[in-house]
Design a protein around this ligand. Structure first.
Ligand SMILES: *[C@@H]1O[C@H](CO)[C@@H](O)[C@H](O)[C@H]1NC(C)=O
Ligand SMILES: *[C@@H]1O[C@H](CO)[C@@H](O)[C@H](O)[C@H]1NC(C)=O
Length: 494
């Protein structure tokens, strides 16, 4: 009886998603080209010589893709692209620390073995990328220790850290899945916002940088800094999304422009591709962080369609009057291409919600696989497993809220959003504890489950303690689905 109901609603859900994806696949397309380069003319405002960029220090960068799996191709592609950009900008390998799982270039699903691209007509961005922290060395502890320059705290990896001094400039770029208050990692645990901001404060207190810029792409990425990152640390941060919305993958199958037909995955992320494609072609002596923020904000909003998000800025906003050159250098080949706001030349396009990019991959794989093939069967299985994990997590959280607060109040608590300027939760250790308790009874939250972090935070804000959560979780989850998504074999998210 129960099984029949589950199967029926699972199919209904699958059908709804299939329709949604079909909608994406047949989505609106308009002709148009990418960037148009304008030769610098009299309007350039920059005439020869080195501009005074006030910079005598070294440029450092930390680049991190927080995911793995072929359906997350785009995050590692973003990071590889960022490396190529910095390298052309003049940064040295010894000053660029790269974190990526490195399971894409030679993944059996990758149609071009050993090659990674970040746009439909893009060339390889994988060659030459330093392999500093790969595979299971991509951890929260290594990431934070690299920022702090603490070599003794590292486990595995190349040992490269941000060994910066007081005159130096640091650029940090993170791209992955996230949720309210957390960022993903290919390993457990997740990176919690309080730990990240504490690390930045510690770095500041150590006097080992002049200024720092943080570019962050993830769902609900605004929640990482909202109410948490103070002014006065000489840190300027921008995020792909505000604290309450998803961020978007781009160059996905069925979009315009779409990846080459043999790619069954998204090649990039909307905010990431926006800042990188802008930086790729301009003389960055002549473009300020603020100008780039405006341009990226416009492109990422995607004409205010539902397929876009709100780029936000945090920390020392006044720092955004500095030029990009100070952080990411500039490619001498672009010396004659000054900044121009050329978003108007871009076609509008559809994009894929970060959280649905895995489903899109499984669906596209399913659609293209020959009838009756083992590949078709495998894709179907992957799709159904991902879907049943989603339903299990959604239903469990709802039920727990009802058990804790009663039917009406329960759904209010789930949806509550604190006013802007306030952090997600007051007691981060409470949040960690509720996550562990939930997972112990209901299985791993995994990438998709991160979306419920706000609900768990709201439980804490309403005074729920671990013992209440233990009781409700054990009642709500009599069993954990057997699929790989629910498995806790890689440990807890907190
Ligand atoms: C570096 O990390 C180690 C191990 O976590 C810690 O004991 C030490 O205090 C850290 N050093 C600094 C300078 O923070
Ligand atoms: C920029 O323009 C100047 C003047 O036309 C030219 O001499 C120079 O080679 C150009 N630089 C690049 C990198 O194209």
């Amino acid at each position: 009886m129960a099984t029949t109901t589950t199967t029926t609603s699972l199919l209904a859900y699958a059908f709804a998603v299939a329709l949604l994806l079909g909608e994406i696949v047949s989505g609106g397309r308009r002709a148009g080209d990418g960037f148009i380069r304008l030769p610098s003319g009299d309007e350039s405002g920059f005439i020869g010589g080195e501009p005074d960029d006030g910079s005598s220090g070294t440029r450092w960068a930390v680049l991190i893709a927080g995911s793995n799996g072929y359906w997350n191709y785009r995050h590692q592609a973003d990071v590889c692209h960022a490396y190529q950009l910095l390298k052309k900008g003049g940064l040295k390998d010894e000053n660029i620390v790269v974190f990526m799982y490195d399971d894409i270039a030679f993944n059996e699903e990758n149609p071009r073995q050993g090659v990674v691209i970040n746009s439909p007509h893009g060339s390889d961005v994988y060659a030459g990328v330093p392999k500093d922290y790969m595979g299971d060395d991509v951890t929260v502890n290594n990431f934070l220790s690299v920022i702090l320059g603490n070599k003794t705290a590292l486990t595995g990896g190349s040992g490269k850290v941000v060994d910066s001094g007081p005159d130096d400039h640091i650029f940090i770029y993170y791209t992955d899945h996230g949720g309210p208050g957390v960022l993903g990692m290919p390993t457990n645990p997740f990176l919690y916002a309080d730990d990240l901001v504490e690390t930045l404060k510690k770095k500041h207190a150590s006097g080992t940088y002049k200024s720092l810029v943080f570019y962050l792409e993830a769902c609900e990425s605004g929640s990482i800094f909202e109410g948490l990152l103070p002014e006065g640390l000489n840190i300027y941060a921008t995020t792909a999304a505000n604290a309450e919305e998803s961020s978007w993958g781009t160059y996905c199958p069925g979009e315009y422009p779409s990846p080459p037909p043999e790619y069954e995955t998204c090649l990039g992320d909307l905010y990431s591709v926006a800042w990188m494609e802008d930086s790729d072609v301009h003389n960055l002596h002549t473009e300020t962080l603020h100008q780039q923020y405006q341009l990226v904000k416009k492109r990422t909003a995607n004409d205010n369609t539902p397929y876009g998000s709100h780029v936000m800025q945090y920390g020392d906003i006044s720092q955004s009057s500095e030029d990009l050159f100070r952080y990411i250098g500039t490619n001498p080949a672009n010396d004659n291409y000054t900044f121009i706001d050329d978003n108007s030349l871009r076609p509008s396009r559809k994009a894929v919600n970060q959280r649905d990019a895995d489903l899109l991959h499984f669906w596209d794989k399913f659609r293209k696989a020959p009838e009756g093939s083992s590949r078709k069967f495998e894709a179907q299985k992957q799709f159904v497993e991902a879907m049943s994990h989603r339903m299990h997590i959604d239903e469990s959280i709802k039920l727990i809220a009802k058990l804790l607060f009663g039917i009406d109040t329960g759904s209010e608590v789930l949806k509550k959003v604190r006013p802007a300027g306030q952090p997600l939760v007051d007691d981060w250790n409470c949040l960690r504890s509720l996550v562990r308790t939930f997972e112990a009874h209901c299985g791993s939250l995994a990438q998709y489950g991160m979306k419920h972090m706000r609900s768990l935070a709201n439980f804490c804000n309403a005074g729920i303690e671990t013992r209440h959560m233990t009781e409700a979780s054990s009642q709500a989850c009599s069993r954990v689905p057997a699929g790989p998504w629910s498995s806790l074999h890689r440990g807890f998210s907190a």
